[in-house]
Design a protein around this ligand. Structure first.
Ligand code: SF4
Length: 372
């Protein structure tokens, strides 16, 4: 863990926090500096490729002053929303995927971890939505678990969610860091999910992440402790032998796991904001399945493979799962209702096995709680 960072900055306002105390115990003193404001004050706004790369190796601990709890970007008009909410306890990631949307999303020159998780939990209490079925994830602007050996935020979140049995907490990761929370008592409402790809894509595009084998083994370890497990085959990335690669991935999941153990799977395809193309090319060159991809603007402004290809890829994965067992529950992430209709012949709002995930009343209640 200490190798991941060249320098650790602790905001004076975080002095004495649980996380700062832990960091002081773990990191050598020569790497640590107390600061009264964010490091690199002259770097602001869009980051250059070099600044972005450097930001991954500079850790900054500070309290967050905004609202932690947010709706997932999938709740935007035009996409089929699966009632997912996000709780961000940090910003930036220590891994390095070529397609990562953080490349144009973040404007901070440091990997930031917020030290006031208690405020986030108070925000959740104040929502007053304990009677709703709420799904919440922590992996939007950070990886949920790659730094968890350091933060141990999983412990606090799992314990908090014991008082909210109708809610579901999702840790979304490309790491294999699970050992640190496996013995924390839970209320069977924690799902650990892995974004997975064939090893060929992991090796080419998902740098510094756990291998496919490490991810699947970590999932087995979670199941052994009664945590729920899920897989997101996302983003699917086109390459010439994609059918063999993704077919092999589906076969491996179906061989090692049963549909009864996996509440749902999702599939999604490569997508990125148009302004991301430049920084991806600068950082990863043209010898990448992502930077070489032929993509087109879609309704939500992101660039994607053309709709026919997306449908073909999704239909292939869904059919392959169903060939093993018709009971696999699979949904499409960040896709339009039209793609759902053309791929599965039905809208997600009408499919019986998906109705609870896509229940629009949850979003309405959340908007009310947020005052939107
Ligand atoms: S693991 Fe996720 S957040 Fe981290 S670099 Fe990859 S895509 Fe980005």
């Amino acid at each position: 863990m200490t190798e991941k960072f060249d320098r650790v900055y602790i905001d004076e306002n975080s002095r004495g926090s649980k996380l700062a105390t832990r960091v002081l115990e773990i990191f050598p003193p020569e790497k640590i500096e107390f600061v009264s404001s964010r490091p690199f004050p002259n770097v602001d706004g869009e980051l250059s490729a070099c600044e972005f790369a450097r930001s991954k190796r500079h850790l900054f601990l500070t309290p967050y002053k905004g609202k932690f709890f947010k709706r997932c970007p999938g709740s935007r008009p035009g996409l089929a929303c699966c009632n997912y909410f996000v709780l961000n306890w940090g910003l930036q990631c220590d891994m390095n995927c070529s397609y990562c949307y953080l490349q144009t999303f973040i404007n901070s020159p440091v990997l930031t971890v917020y030290t006031n998780l208690d405020d986030a939990l108070n925000e959740l209490r104040a929502l007053n939505m304990q009677d709703h079925v709420l799904r919440m994830g922590t992996g939007e602007t950070v990886d949920s678990l790659s730094l968890d050996e350091l933060t141990l935020y999983s412990h606090e979140l799992i314990t908090f969610f014991r008082d909210y049995p109708k809610w579901q907490l999702e840790f979304k990761t490309k790491s294999a860091k699970v050992e640190q929370f496996l013995d924390v008592p839970h209320a069977n409402n924690v799902i650990v999910s892995w974004s997975v790809n064939p090893q060929l894509i992991i090796s080419a595009e998902e740098h510094l992440t756990a291998s496919l084998e490490e991810r699947l083994s970590a999932a087995e370890a979670c199941l052994a402790k009664d945590f729920k497990v899920s897989f997101h085959i996302d983003p699917m990335i086109w390459h010439e032998e994609w059918r063999e690669s993704y077919g092999g991935l589906v076969d491996e999941i179906a061989r090692r796991f049963k549909p009864s153990q996996i509440p749902y799977l999702s599939v999604g395809a490569l997508r990125f904001q148009p302004e991301q193309r430049g920084i991806m090319r600068e950082r990863f060159g043209f010898n990448s399945y992502v930077t070489k991809a032929e993509t087109f603007p879609s309704r939500d402004g992101k660039w994607r493979y053309d709709e026919k290809l997306r449908q073909e890829m999704f239909a292939f994965v869904i059919a392959r799962f169903r060939s093993h067992n018709p009971d696999w529950r699979i949904f499409m992430c960040m896709e339009t209702p039209e793609t759902w209709l053309k791929t599965t012949g039905s809208s997600p709002f009408k499919k019986n096995e998906m109705k609870d995930l896509f229940d629009p009343s949850v979003l309405t209640a959340a908007r009310r709680a947020e005052g939107v």
